[in-house]
Design a protein around this ligand. Sequence first.
Ligand code: ZN
Length: 447
Amino acid sequence: MLQDLRTPIDMYVSSPFTSSKTLPSFLLLVSLATSGCAQNRTTEQGEAQITDPFQECIPYSYEPVNAAINNFPGIWETATILANDTAAAAKYQSIIGQIPDIQPKGTEPASSTGDFNGYNYPSSDPDCWWTDTGCTTPKHAGLAADIVSLPEPDSLGYGFDDGPNCSHNVFYDYLAQKNQKATFYYIGSNVMDFPLEAQRALADGHEICVHTWSHPYMTSLQNEQVFAEFWYGEMQAIKLVVGVTPTCWRPPFGDVDDRVRAFAQALGLRAILWQYDSNDWSEGSDGVTSAQIDANYQNLINLADNGTFSSAGTIMLTHELNNFTMSEAMKFHDQLQTAFKYLVPVGVAYNQTQPYVETNYSLPTFEQYISGVTTVSGASNGTAQSNSTTSSASPSSTGQSSIGSGSSSSGSGSSSSGSRAVNSPNGARTALLGIGMLSATARWLFL
Ligand SMILES: [Zn+2]
């Protein structure tokens, strides 16, 4: 039986997140009024030093995005191929012949919010539709299976969905302090709104995967929309802002079938799903308490302690969606580390040493990573630097082992202790609008 999968995340992702292009004038006034302190909001390094959630989430203008904004769908709008985008149209035509003839799931508009009730889908699951059956091994020939686990024992694919979050600096400072790298599944619309935050992931040596342009239920979309959600989210937004083209993606809500897989594969993207779900996004909705999310983390820790992953590692779904989800990640990092031994980006676990189409950036192998070499080469700030130096250096015991890296901003200017909470973009936005100020403030105090 299919469930109504609508969640509060829908509200989050469908909100018209303020882009610099449409910035209301009163927010500009707020921005001007609060920009008295010395801040450089034009570079990744400058932006990374802002740790006040209010300041971080005030929209800013970034010229490369401004210059290209008309070449993109509307922020948070379901993508489709733009008129006059001949490159996108040509690419679409070149791959459409490889796509199985599978109809969109459900009926619009309900299906676009994850409501597939009443949709008559055969129980034989002919399309390997994860949302209905949890299927991750395609039924159609020639499609790679989804990644849901890790080949390395005692390892956890450490990663976070839905970023870049406008106030993620405290969280990223924490990860830098721990010399912990992760896989970040970025939404194209967030990348355009918070480009300097997106750049920080690369500068800090994390792995970036695609999480589509507007976070839709992908199986509900028409073919051109499926293509465009990948095209603009991946090849355009992340390439424009960060300077790399990812080779991995995660379906929003896990909603994938063989048609969507075929598009992703034709565009060079490996699908990464999960085996365990923290359900961290659901805290505060429908009576879900933080204690329940704690329990979900604890359950995974208990399984690791019991040797469940002694022959193969696993992946859990977690988010950088808001204050709570990032705080939970920091709260449980050390316990996960102890229970699993190895918290690694998914690409590292698979020895995916070239994570992007561009060849000037490398990830360490799994063996390098667990011996302390967590960064081997990189470029930062969206520029295509060519300073890559693949390391063969001996393992460091200090945990500070950025070798030949172009990154520079990790933790700089930060006083992160892991105890300071970070804020959700929703919270900051409502606070800026003068609504919900108390609840937002209370969160920072108590989380
Ligand atoms: Zn998501």
